[in-house]
Each structure stands twice: as C-alpha cells, then as structure tokens.
Design a protein. Structure first.
Length: 127
C-alpha cells in the first residue's frame, strides 16, 4: 500500500513537536490519578496543540501559517508552566523539567525562525 504523506509532516519543527508529545504522555502517565483531569490533561493538550497548530497552518497563506505558529508558541509557553508545576509538585524531577525546557526552547526557536522566514518570503504572503 502506498504511503500518503502531507507536506507538514516533513517539517522538522512538526517532528520535534511529535517527539515532545511522546515525552509528555510518558511523563504524565506517572502523575497521580487525581491529576487525570487536571495537570495531566492540560499538559497533554498543550503539547498536542503545538503540533496541531503547525499542521493546521501549513499549506495556508504565509499570514495564516504565521498566526498558527503564534498559537503554537503560546502552547509552548503553556508547556513550560505545566512542567514547572509538575516539578514543584514532585511529579517530575529537576532533570525531567530541564529536559522539557531544552526541547521547548528549541521548539520556540524553530517556530520563531519559521515565522521570520514566512514574513520575509513575499511570494505567498497574499495568497
């Protein structure tokens, strides 16, 4: 069977976002049961939102893609707060929080770089 692939799936920022989702799900599986509808759910939704917005915005106009990347950046910041809360509550250790922050910082830089590229690329800015 032939593989069907969408263009956004080749974006490195999208791939890195998927990897972070995997990390978040593994980590939140160890959170207390009482957090199932609290911090665990919020952390998972925020991490998932990063990749979802990259996918949703790609293939649209540069202006629209830029808007979705901004939303992704908001979700990245949300994940920073979720990781901080998880560390403060003892659900993850300092190393896990640090590793989350390293990936989130990289995702933030990647989305910002992509936004700068889209703003400088005038060929699709009005489409």
């Amino acid at each position: 069977m032939k593989e069907i692939k969408f263009n956004f799936e080749d974006l490195k920022v999208y791939q890195k976002a998927l990897d972070f989702i995997d990390t978040t799900y593994k980590s939140t599986n160890n959170f207390p049961k009482k957090e199932e509808y609290g911090l665990s759910s919020q952390f998972r939704r925020a991490s998932t939102s990063i990749a979802l917005n990259i996918a949703e915005g790609s293939g649209d106009t540069n202006l629209q893609f830029n808007r979705f990347l901004s939303i992704s950046n908001g979700s990245i910041k949300e994940c920073v707060v979720c990781s901080t809360i998880a560390k403060r509550l003892g659900y993850i250790n300092n190393e896990e929080d640090y590793n989350n922050r390293v990936v989130l910082e990289e995702l933030s830089k990647m989305t910002s770089s992509l936004q700068k590229y889209l703003k400088s690329n005038k060929s699709n800015s009005n489409n």
